[in-house]
Design a protein around this ligand. Structure first.
Ligand SMILES: *[C@@H]1O[C@H](CO)[C@@H](O)[C@H](O)[C@H]1NC(C)=O
Ligand SMILES: *[C@@H]1O[C@H](CO)[C@@H](O)[C@H](O)[C@H]1NC(C)=O
Length: 140
């Protein structure tokens, strides 16, 4: 019980330190993805993936899963493979996990593209939810 309260406090404080995070609407996401040169013919897939995993929140940190890993940011990238929990950039994307939580999504976008190049969209556990209909971005 005491530990739970402690963790909640740490988590709440961590949100204050990531002060520049935000939640992107669908069309803002489309704009961000275009700015970061995601391919036009895959934009709806990326929007679906982001909405499914983070709801467009740049500062979202998942709960620790049973193996002790968490996922970070807009693309919910795991500290198992992709980002370092320490202050030094590392793991396969050579970034800190905090780098994946900022309003400026440059590093997160680069890392997500790397995940995609290696494994495709199936790297994301929620990808199956995007297999049916994809979001409508025609108004964006
Ligand atoms: C925990 O997360 C990691 C990376 O996101 C994943 O590879 C692993 O299968 C997950 N483990 C469980 C038990 O959910
Ligand atoms: C990782 O990034 C840092 C700067 O953020 C850079 O100095 C370092 O050379 C990079 N390491 C690798 C292996 O790319």
């Amino acid at each position: 019980m005491k530990l739970d309260i402690f963790l909640l406090l740490v988590f709440t404080l961590s949100l204050f330190f990531v002060g520049d995070a935000r939640q992107y609407s669908r069309c803002e996401l489309v704009r961000q993805l275009r700015n970061h040169r995601f391919p036009t013919n895959k934009l709806r897939q990326w929007v679906c993936l982001i909405e499914t995993h983070s709801g467009g929140r740049t500062d979202l940190i998942s709960r620790t899963n049973r193996s002790g890993y968490r996922e970070y940011g807009l693309f919910q990238l795991s500290d198992r493979f992709w980002c370092s929990k320490s202050d030094l950039p590392g793991k396969d994307c050579n970034v800190t996990c905090a780098d994946l939580l900022t309003d400026d999504i440059t590093k997160a976008a680069k890392c997500a593209k790397k995940v995609y190049r290696r494994h495709g969209f199936t790297a994301w556990y929620g990808w199956s939810k995007c297999q049916g209909s994809l979001p409508d971005i025609s108004a964006c």
